[in-house]
Design a protein around this ligand. Structure first.
Ligand code: TXA
Ligand code: MG
Length: 363
């Protein structure tokens, strides 16, 4: 019997955690909040339970799943040849939105890693998630709890929108804090490489690992190249509407140097606003319903659009990250044909935001 349970995010009710654990122990699927997005969890050591995740998500079988743990010691249960730098990364960033790719031990079923010899592991920073994993007593495999290709869920209702009662339980712990997924770092190569930008920024990681690189697929700015994270090759994070990303300036690398092009009260982006205004006209002439993914500061320039949704303030990229997936889903509900999305500077969490927008725009 499918259920949604509202659970306290600060003091998760024991009986709800027990219910979730009971289901997971029986091989069922439980959606639960993490600090990034909701995950769809199953016993990571039960290959049949993991197969169910692929089935219900419609996930391609070559796309491996992150294993979530609640005790650092569990790293040794799952991974071998763990480099010594893990210690400082764990101290600084765990629990938190950072996933390590490490050589796997035999205990990890091939279903979890899609046949790869490496496994992705993270410790989420969310009391509900941590309690559930601790009480289960085994690691929990969990991709984002959305149908394959759709924007990740940042509210329990998004999980319900995608799966209805096809899973066993949704633990509704409210909105997720960060809103984009974890940063995935490959620790099996030297120097280490970021495979997916996410909640911990490249700049923050560089302070601890000065040699850290971006995987080549993240370097050209299009994110179209071959990735080592198999999931990255698919269309992703995508609303049903056609998303057109309008960069802040044509060459985002010049961002730091841009002084001209201010629209008013110190906000950069005149060129971006003008291009979006032109695109609104162009697509409305074609009888399309046009939505704009706007910042708070620029909303007033898009009055001609059929729908304008605000992701946050340009001065607060964390806020934009938190709202991004919710808004992409909202455009679909309102049935727009075209989403014109304002790009953001690719620094800090802005890099992860732009990565998601670029992937969402690849039709
Ligand atoms: O924040 C997050 O990471 C969320 C929450 C639920 O923890 N999870 C998440 O999972 O985003 P998912 O499955 O939507 O994305 C996992 C990414 C995919 O791009 C996948 O290809 C990559 O991590 N990945 C997983 N296991 C891997 C492995 N063994 N080697 C390389 N990449 C891996
Ligand atoms: Mg996902």
């Amino acid at each position: 019997m499918f259920e949604i349970l509202k659970i306290n995010s600060q003091r998760p009710e024991k009986c709800f955690i027990q219910k979730a654990v009971k289901i997971i122990k029986k091989g069922g699927l439980v959606a639960f909040p993490t600090e990034t997005v909701y995950g769809l969890g199953a016993n990571a050591l039960d290959k049949n339970a993991v197969r169910k995740i692929f089935k219900v998500k419609g996930r391609p079988l070559d796309n491996p799943i992150i294993v979530h743990i609640a005790k650092i010691e569990d790293l040794n249960l799952l991974a071998r040849n763990i480099p010594k730098d893990v210690k400082i990364l764990v101290q600084k960033f765990w629990p938190g939105p950072l996933t390590f790719v490490l050589f796997k031990k035999n205990a990890v079923p091939d279903e979890v890693t899609a046949g790869l010899k490496v496994v992705a592991i993270r410790m989420p920073k969310n009391k509900i998630a941590l309690e559930m994993i601790k009480k289960a007593g085994f690691p929990i495999a969990a991709p984002s709890a959305n149908l394959a290709g759709r924007p990740s869920p940042t509210f329990a209702r998004h999980v319900f929108e995608d799966f209805g009662s096809k899973i066993d339980l949704i633990l509704d712990g409210g909105r997720t804090k960060i809103g984009v997924e974890s940063t995935v770092v490959d620790l099996t190569v030297k120097p280490f490489q970021i495979l997916r930008p996410g909640g911990i920024s490249f700049e923050e990681l560089k302070k601890v690992l000065p040699d850290l690189r971006l995987h080549p697929s993240l370097l050209d700015g299009t994110f179209k190249g071959k990735s080592k994270s198999p999931g990255m090759k698919y269309r992703h994070y995508a609303p049903k509407a056609c998303l057109i990303l309008v960069n802040l300036i044509r060459d985002s690398k010049k961002w730091d140097k841009v002084q001209k092009g201010r629209i008013s009260n110190g906000v950069e982006g005149k060129e971006q606003v003008l291009r979006i205004q032109n695109l609104i006209k162009k697509y409305q002439k074609q009888n399309k319903k046009v939505g704009v993914l706007s910042s708070f500061e620029t909303k007033r320039f898009y009055q001609q659009a059929d729908l304008v949704l605000i992701s946050g303030s340009r001065k607060n990229l964390e806020q934009i990250a938190q709202n991004l997936f919710k808004i992409l889903r909202e455009f679909d509900k309102q049935k727009v044909d075209i989403i014109l999305a304002e790009g953001v500077p690719e620094k800090g969490i802005g890099f992860a935001i732009m990565h998601r927008l670029k992937k969402a725009s690849q039709g």
